[in-house]
Design a protein around this ligand. Structure first.
Ligand SMILES: Nc1ncnc2c1ncn2[C@@H]1O[C@H](COP(=O)(O)OP(=O)(O)OP(=O)(O)O)[C@@H](O)[C@H]1O
Ligand SMILES: [Mg+2]
Length: 553
């Protein structure tokens, strides 16, 4: 705003004084309005707000200081120059400024002074207005930017929700895919085995019943062998599945892994084949580990067989062991690995390697890239399940065309050496006895089979269908030398609970348990004072275990 085009309201009840001031200002180019009373001034300010008010203090109706206060309250943007014809005290001038006036002049006012003061006030007002406009613009910009940011934030939140939904769907789909693959694989393999068993049974039944053609004895024996082979393959299959589900009943023992590897070296060389070179490298002073040695051997064998398959043109395989303290940095690099001391076994081949997709699925049961009949896809799931159940971790480092390294982390063991039931077992003839065995089993067929087998071995047999019936017998007078119980039974008492209750009645009662997957229910897997016999068991295993349980001191 240019000051010369400004509107100035001159308020003075004295016509002469008012005319003089208005005239002077008009001459300077201002647009001047006039008012003779305080009320008229306030009304004019409302109707057509001027830029500056020249306000006399002494007015006939309202005091100029009060007029100024009202104008400033209603229109803070209007500049007010208070004037007074009377000689007034410093106190009155201060009161006028206090009422909101921007400046104060005492009349008679020199024309230059009036003009300069008016100009200065208008300049200040202009600057104030510019500042206010700038502020308003800034506020608008900030509001606009805030709106944009809020909108961007809202879009981001929506995207996050969408992505999370997509991830959940993907995860669910992958799980379903894995479960589908697993169940499909189990069904497929079991159907094949069942087909052999059912087919053989039918042939044998026909031979026994003598309907139709009479089968030669040799053929019947072949059928029996076929169905026995199928049965043991089915048993192996369930063991592999249980290994993956970490429900294998592991027989832990404290071993030096390098000794186990050395002991199975000839076997591993045969499995690897002559076209490939095997080298072993062991760090001196390897820490002991608490593992199931046969399961460890099986895991190494699975890795060796995989390496052989990955090196069809021949190649090198190295098995190396070393002690390693896994620290926080290593844990960050390898998810699921827990910090601590480990023995690490590295199995490295110079084979085909795996692409990302294969490596991501390699541990899944029934995942195989091999032709039908060449692989079941259970090898690595055994490795994974066994290592996990042993408190360790397994990592694949692989590069297509270069080779693969499997890193097996097995926790260091600081316990003393334990003896396991597997070590006590003496191979050879089937042991027998004459003691009394109390057999507890809820499944009628399994019970009948156990009773028949145990009686055949020469023992006296007592039977109970659950824990409560067994306790009744224990509380009676019958002599009992061994309590042979299933682990999972109806009636709310498992095999281990039954044994503790029975021992409360008969101190030191010898016991043996049997189960499909008992390790999870075992109250203290570290103290095998109750030997465990895995189902399905053979006659020889049962005989060995009963004898061993009876002979334990
Ligand atoms: N050393 C390796 N080099 C390249 N690929 C491998 C290696 N080990 C495993 N794989 C890949 O991982 C897949 C799964 O291996 P896994 O041992 O579980 O099953 P499999 O060898 O196919 O069958 P199985 O071991 O049951 O006979 C293999 O089919 C193969 O594609
Ligand atoms: Mg394999």
């Amino acid at each position: 705003m240019s000051e010369t085009k400004a509107n100035i309201l001159v308020v003075d009840d004295d016509d002469g004084g008012r005319y003089l001031k208005a005239h002077l200002l008009r001459k300077r180019g201002y647009h001047v309005l006039e008012a003779a009373t305080g009320m008229a001034a306030i009304e004019q300010c409302c109707a057509n707000p001027p830029d500056l008010v020249l306000l006399d203090v002494m007015l006939p109706d309202i005091n100029g200081v009060e007029v100024c206060r009202q104008i400033k309250t209603a229109h803070p943007g209007i500049a007010v120059l208070q004037t007074s014809a009377a000689v007034i005290s410093a106190h009155d001038r201060a009161a006028a400024l206090d009422g909101g006036a921007d400046a104060f002049l005492v009349e008679p006012i020199e024309s230059e002074e009036l003009q300069a003061t008016a100009q200065s006030l208008l300049r200040m007002r202009g600057a104030e207005q510019a500042l206010r406009r700038l502020n308003e613009r800034l506020e608008l910009l900030i509001a606009e930017r805030t709106r944009e940011l809020t909108e961007a934030n809202r879009r981001l939140e929506l995207e996050i929700v969408e992505r999370r939904k997509t991830e959940e769907v993907l995860w669910h789909t992958q799980r379903l895919e894995a479960v589908g693959q697993l169940t499909g694989g189990i069904a497929h393999d079991f159907n094949n085995l069942l087909a052999v068993i059912v087919g053989s049974m039918e042939v044998i039944r026909t031979a026994i019943e003598g309907n139709g053609e009479v089968l030669p004895r040799a053929k019947v024996l072949r059928m029996l062998t076929a169905s026995e082979t199928a049965t043991s393959r089915a048993t192996k299959l369930t063991q592999q599945l249980l290994a993956f589900a970490r429900r294998s009943s592991l027989k832990f023992d404290i071993v030096a892994l390098d000794e186990v590897i050395v002991a199975s070296e000839p076997f591993l060389r045969r499995a690897l084949g002559e076209a490939n070179r095997l080298s072993l490298s062991f760090e001196a002073g390897l820490w002991p580990c608490r593992i199931d040695a046969p399961q460890f051997e099986a895991a190494i064998l699975n890795l060796v067989v995989n390496a052989r398959d990955a090196m069809p043109q021949g190649g090198d395989l190295e098995i190396a062991t070393g002690n390693e303290i896994v620290d926080a940095t290593e844990v960050r690099r390898t998810p699921d690995l827990i910090a601590g001391p480990y023995v690490v076994v590295r199995v490295t081949d110079t084979g085909t390697g795996m692409d990302r997709d294969v490596a991501a699925h390699a541990f899944e049961p029934f995942f195989t890239t091999k032709e039908v009949g060449k692989g079941t896809g259970l090898g690595l799931s055994q490795v994974y399940g066994f290592i996990k159940q042993s408190g360790g971790h397994v990592v694949i480092d692989t590069e297509p065309g270069v080779g693969t390294t499997f890193r097996l982390y097995l926790p260091r063991c600081d316990d003393v050496r334990l003896s396991s039931i597997a070590q006590d077992r003496a191979p050879g003839m089937t042991p027998t006895g004459h003691e009394t065995v109390l057999v507890v089993e809820d499944n009628a067929e399994v019970l009948e089979l156990a009773v028949t087998t145990i009686s055949d071995l020469g023992y006296r047999v007592l039977i109970a269908a659950d824990g409560k019936a067994a306790l009744d017998i224990v509380q009676g007078d019958e002599p009992i030398d061994l309590l042979f119980s299933d682990v999972v039974m109806p009636g709310g008492m498992n095999g281990f609970e039954l044994i503790s209750k029975a021992r409360a009645v008969r101190c030191g009662l010898k016991a043996l348990v049997t189960s499909g997957y008992a390790s999870v229910h075992r109250p203290d897997a570290n103290r095998p004072d109750v030997p465990l016999l895995l189902k399905p068991y053979r006659r020889g295993d049962l005989a060995q275990c009963i004898r061993m349980a009876l002979d334990r001191v």
